[in-house]
Design a protein around this ligand. Structure first.
Ligand code: HGY
Ligand code: MN
Ligand code: MN
Length: 415
């Protein structure tokens, strides 16, 4: 019987914590609107800190607001094993996206306390700031700064739709730390996350062993035509930015459909100016989100779409600007960490399969600076980024048990 053989988390306690956190920044349809650097985000951070300190952890905070709850190990000099995800949500988000990974990490600390287990390496539970990228683009902003992909000043200068700066909002909610971002050494990072897609549930599988993450581009496009009267401006005389946006949305869909079954393409965020029912849209700003597990496909999609945008703009006599506001190449996670997750699922008797992550995660960036892997649990109807996002307590517990076993195996147990 290995020392890790009877390791099981307390499923009810994890579930209660998820439900408690979900009360902060409630949505309007049973989910959450706890967007990054809002007062609700600040409140959720306080609750997380309180829970971690009650579990005997010490809380670190870096200059990007990343939170690090540390449980000491027998060898305090050893690089810790990190676990975690994000507490910020989409404006119409679910209760589990990101939150399961952070509170699953907290449950791991609580369980080790219950069992009076001391790991050799310290364990750190992380809440990464602004994973979603919906208020301040790009996504995974603070983990990206931590991993050296973005300069801190650039990140802090990012503005939301109302013009507020990331850095000012982080200060305003009182969660800007002193610790230099990226200074920490990580032995390994594990992230528990809901799948946010239908594969695991459709196949009746408990655990996704994430081997890869697909790559992504976010392109912010602005088409500028001319506002004029919808009634008295002849069709031949128009410079209709709204028509241009509609054609680009269709183009993005068509290009993605050419690379099935894996590529995806969407325009989810749109702003029409002046958005008056009897004025021809003079300016449209919108974000293209394209993804593929294959880098060559991703780059070819981007090239075809940008060429198509130029053709559309010329035909409609509108001006165009395209700015890359998010990008990461497809990710291959660390084989040793992936194997630890697969072994944990095996030993715990959970059904499992290798899977590619459709969504981006902080793990995709941390994988650049430390051995990293992810474990996924199913979600109902594969639905996420929707307030109706749902998981079962059993799925949450299965994911957290696999996380616990993989982390303890990697951290080692004090002899
Ligand atoms: O966009 C993503 O994939 C992540 O949910 N931020
Ligand atoms: Mn997430
Ligand atoms: Mn998300």
């Amino acid at each position: 019987m290995s020392p890790t053989s009877n390791l099981q988390i307390d499923a009810d306690r994890l579930w209660d914590s998820l439900e408690e956190m979900a009360k902060i920044g409630p949505g309007v349809a049973g989910g959450n609107n706890r967007q990054t650097l809002t007062d609700a985000d600040g409140e959720g951070r306080h609750l997380f800190k309180r829970w971690c300190e009650a579990a005997g952890a010490t809380m670190g905070l870096d200059t990007m607001g990343n939170m690090f709850a540390r449980r000491e190990g027998a060898d305090p000099q050893a690089d810790p094993v990190y676990v975690g995800s994000h507490l910020d949500t989409q404006p119409t988000g679910g209760k589990y996206d990101g939150v399961l990974g952070v509170l699953g990490g907290l449950e791991l600390l609580r369980t080790l306390n219950d069992l009076n287990i001391r790991t050799r390496r310290p364990i750190v539970v992380v809440n990464w700031t602004n994973e979603e990228g919906t208020r301040f683009a790009p996504a995974m902003l603070a983990s990206g700064v931590f991993a050296g992909l973005h300069e801190e000043d650039w990140a802090k200068a990012r503005r939301d739709a109302s013009g507020k700066r990331f850095g000012d909002e982080l200060k305003r909610i009182g969660w800007e730390g002193e610790e230099p971002v990226g200074a920490r050494k990580i032995a390994a990072f594990f992230e528990l996350h809901i799948e946010q897609g239908p594969i695991l549930e459709d196949e009746g599988i408990d655990i996704g062993v994430v081997t890869h993450g697909q790559g992504l581009y976010w392109l912010e496009v602005t088409l500028t035509g001319k506002e004029s009267h919808t009634g008295s401006t002849p069709m031949w005389k128009r410079r209709n930015a709204g028509l241009g946006m509609a054609r680009v949305i269709e183009l993005v869909h068509e290009v993605a459909m050419d690379y099935q079954p894996n590529a995806v393409g969407t325009v989810g965020q749109m702003d029409v100016h002046p958005n008056s029912r009897n004025i021809i849209p003079g300016r449209c700003t919108f974000t293209i989100d394209i993804r593929s597990p294959d880098k060559a496909v991703l780059d070819e999609m981007r090239e075809r779409i940008e060429d198509g945008i130029d053709t559309i703009a010329e035909a409609l006599d509108v001006d165009v600007s395209v700015e890359e506001v998010g990008h990461f190449d497809p990710v291959t996670f660390d084989e040793t960490c992936v194997a630890a997750i697969r072994r944990a699922a095996e030993e715990l008797g959970y059904s499992h399969r290798d899977i590619v992550s459709g969504a981006g995660h902080d793990a995709c960036w941390i994988n650049r600076v430390a051995p990293t892997a992810m474990v996924m649990c199913p979600c109902v109807d594969g639905l996420s980024h929707n307030e109706a996002e749902a998981i079962t307590k059993e799925w949450a517990a299965a994911g957290a048990n696999v996380l616990l076993r993989a982390v303890v195996e990697t951290a080692g147990i004090e002899a």
